[in-house]
Design a protein around this ligand. Structure first.
Ligand SMILES: C[S@@+](CC[C@H](N)C(=O)[O-])C[C@H]1O[C@@H](n2cnc3c(N)ncnc32)[C@H](O)[C@@H]1O
Length: 236
C-alpha cells in the first residue's frame, strides 16, 4: 500500500495549515517530505516530539515485513501512526479504533490524505460488549492502551477474544517474582486510579487468557515491556 501523499494533495502552506487546525497531534506523522504533524502542532505531555517512532523501532521486527493477507485491529489507535506503518507493509484490512473522537478525526484526515483504502478508523470504546461485534483479527495491536482499562482481567480477556495473536505494550512494576497490582494514584482531580500489574502478574494474566507462546521483545528491566503473545490452540 502506498503511503505517499496523493498527487492532488494540498500545496505546502495549505497542508501545514490543515495539520495545524486538526492538532494538537499525539503522533508525529510525516504527511509530506519534511512535514511532520507533531512538529507543527504538538500535544502537551511527556512524549518526545518524534513519538511514537522509538516504539515502532522496538516492535517492527516482530511483525512480518510483508503483511499481505493480514487483518489487524489497532486498539486505542490515537492519530494512527502504527496503522499507517502496517498499511505500508501491505496489511489487507486494518480497523483502527479509539474511544476519543478527536484522534479519529485526525486519523480519518490522514487516511484520506494518503488515500489508504484498507484502513478504517472509527470512534469505539473497547469493552466486552463492543468487542463481541468486531469479529476476529489476525493481529490485535494494543500499544499503550491496556493500562487505560479499568479492569485488567476483563481487559486481557477482551483483547484475547479478538484474535490469537496479540502485540501488547503496557506499564508494569518490573518484578518477575511476585504477582500483584499496584494502585497508581490518578493525575488531576477526576482521574481514575490505575491497576498496574507486576511483570509476573501480567505474564500470568496472558497465560490465563490462553496465550501459550509469550515473547518479551524488550529487555527484562523495561517498565514499558512489549510482548508478542500467540495462542497456538485457538479457542483454548
Ligand atoms: C496513551 S494513548 C496510546 C495511543 C497509541 N496506541 C500509541 O501507542 O501511541 C491511549 C489511547 O487509547 C485510547 N483508549 C483508552 N481506552 C480505550 C478503550 N477502552 N477503547 C478504545 N480506546 C481507548 C485513548 O483515547 C488514547 O487515544
Amino acid at each position: 500500500m502506498n503511503t505517499e501523499s496523493k498527487t492532488d494533495a494540498p500545496a505546502q502552506p495549505e497542508l501545514v495549515e490543515q495539520v495545524r487546525r486538526l492538532g494538537p497531534w499525539f503522533h508525529n506523522i510525516e504527511v509530506a517530505p519534511g512535514i511532520f504533524t507533531k512538529e507543527i502542532a504538538p500535544a502537551p505531555g511527556p512524549q518526545p516530539l518524534n513519538h511514537p517512532e522509538p516504539r515502532w523501532e522496538k516492535v517492527k521486527s516482530a511483525l512480518p515485513e510483508d503483511m499481505t493477507g493480514m487483518s489487524v485491529l489497532d486498539a486505542g489507535c490515537s492519530d494512527g501512526f502504527f496503522s499507517i506503518k502496517m498499511a505500508g507493509r501491505g496489511a489487507s484490512r486494518i480497523l483502527a479504533v479509539d474511544g476519543a473522537a478527536e484522534p479519529i478525526k485526525r486519523m480519518n484526515w490522514v487516511i484520506d490524505h494518503f488515500g489508504l483504502e484498507n484502513v478504517e478508523a472509527k470512534v469505539q470504546m473497547l469493552d466486552r460488549s463492543s468487542a463481541r461485534k468486531l469479529g476476529k483479527f489476525d493481529l490485535v495491536f494494543a500499544m499503550a492502551v491496556f493500562y487505560h482499562m479499568r479492569d485488567p482481567i476483563t481487559g486481557i480477556e477482551m483483547l484475547a477474544s479478538l484474535g490469537d495473536r496479540l502485540l501488547l505494550e503496557t506499564i508494569v512494576v518490573p518484578d518477575h517474582r511476585d504477582t500483584y497490582f499496584k494502585v497508581k494514584q490518578p493525575g488531576g482531580e477526576r482521574g481514575v486510579p490505575r491497576l498496574i500489574p507486576s511483570t509476573a502478574c501480567l505474564e500470568m494474566l496472558m497465560r490465563w487468557a490462553g496465550y501459550d507462546e509469550i515473547t518479551q521483545l524488550t529487555d527484562e528491566s523495561d517498565s514499558r515491556p512489549i510482548y508478542l503473545c500467540v495462542r497456538n490452540r485457538p479457542g483454548s
